[in-house]
Structure formats: C-alpha cells, structure tokens
Write a protein of this length. Structure first.
Length: 348
C-alpha cells in the first residue's frame, strides 16, 4: 500500500522538466568540444535534487557536483558511479570513509586534504586550484608538492570569480588554470560555470560546470536566447475579502486601499523564501493578469489584488512572477538567491 501522503500543501513548485533538460542540452552544445556537467549543490539550487538529477541524467548529463558530503549521500543512488564530485573536499575521517565506500569523488582543495586522502589510500579525486578567487582551492605555488604528484587527478578544476562580467580577471584566471593544467597530470580540465561557458572555447577544457543557467538563470545576456524558465512557484488563495477606501492591509498597515477593492490571501510568505523585499513589488500571475502584492509579506501569507479577476476565489491557485532575470531586478535579490531561498513547504 502507498503511504498516506497526508494533507496536500497549498503551495507548490512547478518544475518544467522539458525546460530543465533543454537548458542542459543547450549548455552542453554551447560548451563546444567539452561536455557539460551539472552543479546540483544546495538541493539542485532549491529545486530538489531528487527531482532534478533524474531529469538531467535522462537529458545526457553524467557528471554532478555537490558542495557537502551529506548532499552526496542523498543523491548517490541517482548518479552513475564516478559521476559525483564533492566540492568542499574531505575535512574529516568520516568524509574520507564515505568517499571510499561510496565512490563519490572528493575535490581536493589544500595540501592538508591531499595528504588526508593519500593517507587513507586515496584513489581517483578532483583537484581545485585557486586562480584568484581566494575561496577554496590549492594555491598555484603548491602545485609542485610531492603530495600533489601522488594524487590520481581526474578533474583539474578552477572557478571563475567574475564570469558574469567582462572583467580582466577572466583571462588572468584562464591563463593560470592553463598553467595548472600543464603542471599536474589530469584527465579533464574544467573552469567554466554557466557564465564562463559564454566566454568561449579557451574556457571550456573537457568539462563545464553550469548550475544557475540549468535552472533558468541568465548570468550573461548572450545566454538569454538559449535558456527557458524552469521554476514556477504557485500558491493557493486561502480567503478573499472586500476592502473599502481607507482600509489597510497587513502588518504595520503599509497598504491603504484607494477605493473599494477585492483582495485575496495566498499561502506564500517569507518563511517560504518569498522575502519581505517583495513588499510593494511582487506580482502574481493569473492568465494574462498581473496581480500586485499589497502591503507587507508575512511569514505564511501575502495579500494580492483580485479586483481584476472576479472569477478567482478561495481554493484557486496563482503563480508568482518568477522569471529569474526579471525577478532579480524587481526584488534586488540575486538569481541564485531567488532559487535557493525557495522553502521546504513547497510541494515539489
Ligand atoms: C556553484 C558552482 C558552479 C556553478 O556555478 P553557476 O554560476 O551556478 O553556473 C560551478 N563550479 C563551482 C566550483 C561551483 O561552486
């Protein structure tokens, strides 16, 4: 018997599988002679890795990147052997034990991590080299260390800090990554994130690592024609009411009705990642109508203007306007934040 799924949430995240698969194929094509992998850290940028990974695999993706070891544990059954890399690298003995037992590949970020991995017996790993971001990664000066020479490096990685801009930092990092590739034996060189793919062939190596653009983000305008929206947050209308001129809505009464109007309370609030920055800026979609969010967003609810959609009532659903580049401009949040904020209460 199927377990009782319990009450269904009044909040759902519609995920367009065709758009996700199409975005991966487009990024793979734009990667030229390189293959595209997929960054699926942070639960596939909030979509739900258990939903996203099978769709990406079906599209042809064979290489996946997570940040935490716990994220690798959650999806390892969904990913082909040798196709899963853990960006944070092995910090503890239990990380190393998990890597050895599961085949999830550590990304080695420091000499300490390299030695920890080798002492445990080692085996295939990736190596992240810092070329100027000063986040994770081995410094260039350490590339000649004997511990590095003993690593069995599959992916030789670096990460671009400013690929979404036409910055002089891009060619500087690219040149250092090439130097690292010449210094360390490896199988696949990998530098580009979503934006980096559009910087051209010199940035491609053998493997690219898009994340954001898979999920509908557009970090560089050149990507726009290739990328489709994937994620559509939807919420049910819990109640409707009429306001008279002068009535106010929500905490601190920041919206004052200019006249008689009909409003609806929807089950979407800041606890779901629909932050208070949407106050006075957010819109819900219903057919061709755009329904403004009125007053402050609360924890579990927002209030929207239903005056122009008299047919909509309690139990009907609306969709948040959430095309990522547009929503980022409207909210002041980054496209990455818009995705990864989406909370656990959404049915996925
Ligand atoms: C997150 C991440 C990516 C993906 O970056 P996007 O900008 O989302 O395409 C690639 N590589 C590394 C190391 C990352 O941490």
């Amino acid at each position: 018997m199927m377990p009782d799924p319990g009450p269904s949430p009044a909040l759902s995240l519609a995920i367009d599988a065709g758009a996700l698969a199409g975005n991966w194929r487009a990024l793979d094509r734009l990667s030229g002679g390189a293959r595209a992998g997929a960054a699926v850290k942070a639960d596939a940028y909030g979509l739900g890795a258990r939903v996203a990974v099978p769709i990406l695999r079906e599209a042809g993706c064979g290489r996946f990147f997570v940040a935490h070891w716990a994220e690798a544990a959650a999806i390892r059954a969904l990913v082909p052997a040798g196709g899963l890399s853990v960006l944070h690298g092995p910090l503890t003995a239990s990380d190393v034990a998990f890597a050895l037992a599961s085949g999830a590949r550590p990304v080695i970020n420091s000499l300490a991590q390299a030695r920890r991995w080798l002492e445990a017996g080692g085996g295939p790993c990736d190596l992240m080299v810092d070329t100027g971001m000063n986040r994770l990664g081995l410094e260039m000066a350490a590339l000649g260390d004997e511990a590095v020479a003993r690593l069995e490096v599959i992916g030789l990685l670096s990460h671009l800090a400013s690929a979404d801009e036409d910055s002089a930092q891009n060619p500087r990092q690219q040149a250092l990554w090439r130097q690292a590739c010449a210094a360390v034996r490896h199988r696949e060189a990998s530098l580009a994130n979503s934006a980096g793919i559009m910087l051209g062939e010199a940035y491609h190596g053998e493997l690219t690592r898009p994340g954001l653009a898979l999920y509908g983000g557009v970090p560089r305008p050149e990507l726009a024609p290739h990328i489709r929206q994937v994620v559509r947050p939807r919420a049910a209308i819990l109640q409707t009411r009429w306001l008279e001129a002068g009535d106010t809505v929500g905490y601190n009464a920041t919206f004052i009705a200019p006249g008689r109007m009909r409003v609806g309370v929807i089950a979407l609030g800041y606890a779901d990642g629909y932050l208070r920055c949407w106050t006075g800026r957010g819109e819900m979609l219903a057919g061709d109508e755009r329904l403004p969010v009125l007053g402050r967003v609360s924890m579990d609810m927002s209030v929207i203007d239903l005056t122009r959609v008299p047919a909509l009532g309690e139990g009907d659903w609306v969709e948040a306007a959430y095309d990522l580049p547009t929503a980022a401009r409207a909210s002041g949040l980054s496209q990455y934040e818009l995705l990864t904020l989406l909370g656990r209460r959404f049915g996925r």
